[in-house]
Write a protein that binds this ligand. Structure first.
Ligand code: PAF
Length: 304
């Protein structure tokens, strides 16, 4: 896997680590011994897995863990196996020094920043198949993505053995898949879904927003506007088919290349045709702005 290696800079990681007092681990075994000590003194462990380039949305996950668990461990690892596009992997923002400072200031207890070799001494042969849950939306448009997520998240769960793990609602399908993974493999932890954190104008916070120009950020607001429109229409009783047409029309006047807009049942992620007995639905949208792929969603309780 030669192209994976160029993205981890040992010297930069070393320099960033020197500037913080929080516990920082680059290797699995020292982290495990540290956690073992914590567990021995009866501490519960909260895990916040991230790919870095942290923003307020990540800090909201840290806050939830700090409230609930005794020891909060964040991980920062840009996982190459979940990228189905080499360019996206290369351009994924990397801001380790700033990330470590943010985590330390927030009160995070420890952080794991492994190299690719540490996480993948061998490229895994294991393949996950999440069935229907991954046949739609991100799974359909990013082949292999959820296999990579499944493998890395399983590794992190095995390494940290947390009591709680925190995932953001912005990656709703990822949350659902990890939820299934926790059940299927009996990880014995409690998974928490933390609401989307938005900018004042409504743009969902994302590490990828850093790659947008100021104008791009304005264009990207169309994603949020489309969700607001969908919510209003669905609550007024409009059909999912009509909502999809209206939303696609909204994108005509924006610089957003829409990839999908789906109205799905929250529990199954299967497309909803008839809202009269749909219960709680999620409207999920994905699109490109300035060649940056963005996703967003809203969860709507429909009572008809
Ligand atoms: O949501 C993310 O940032 C990543 O998919 C995760 C969960 C850290 C796994 O690499």
């Amino acid at each position: 896997m030669p192209f994976f290696h160029i993205f981890y800079d040992e010297k930069l990681t070393f320099a960033a680590i020197q500037n913080v007092l929080m516990e920082v681990f680059k290797e699995i075994f020292p982290l495990k011994s540290y956690l073992k000590e914590g567990r021995k003194s009866g501490m519960s462990i909260g895990l916040v897995p991230t790919m870095g380039a942290l923003h307020q949305g990540h800090l909201a996950l840290i806050d939830e863990s700090l409230k609930e668990a005794d020891l909060t461990v964040a991980t920062i690892f840009v996982n190459p196996t979940q990228f189905n596009n080499a360019d996206d992997l290369e351009k994924y923002p990397r801001t380790l020094e700033a990330d470590l400072k943010m985590l330390e200031q927030r009160g995070c207890h420890a952080v794991f920043v492994p190299s690719v070799e540490q996480m993948y001494p061998n490229l895994p042969e294991l393949q996950f198949n999440f069935g229907k849950l991954e046949s739609v939306m991100e799974g359909a448009f990013r082949p292999g993505h959820f296999n990579g997520v499944g493998v890395v998240v399983s590794k992190l769960f095995n390494i940290v053995q947390p009591d709680y793990a925190y995932f953001g609602q912005k990656d709703l399908q990822q949350y659902m898949i990890v939820n299934r993974l926790v059940d299927d493999l009996s990880f014995g932890l409690q998974l928490r879904r933390v609401p989307i954190y938005r900018e004042d104008d409504g743009l969902a916070m994302s590490s990828r927003n850093r790659r947008l120009s100021e104008d791009g950020k304005k264009q990207a607001l169309a994603l949020y506007k489309s969700l607001q429109l969908a919510e209003t229409m669905l609550k007024a009783g409009d059909s999912p088919a009509d909502v999809q047409v209206a939303v696609e029309k909204l994108f005509d006047s924006h610089e957003v290349k829409i990839e999908y807009i789906e109205i799905v049942g929250l529990d199954t992620l299967e497309p909803v045709k008839n809202i009269s007995d749909a219960g709680t639905v999620a409207v999920c949208v994905a699109g490109y702005v300035e060649d940056v792929r963005l996703i967003d969603n809203v969860i709507i309780k429909l009572d008809f």
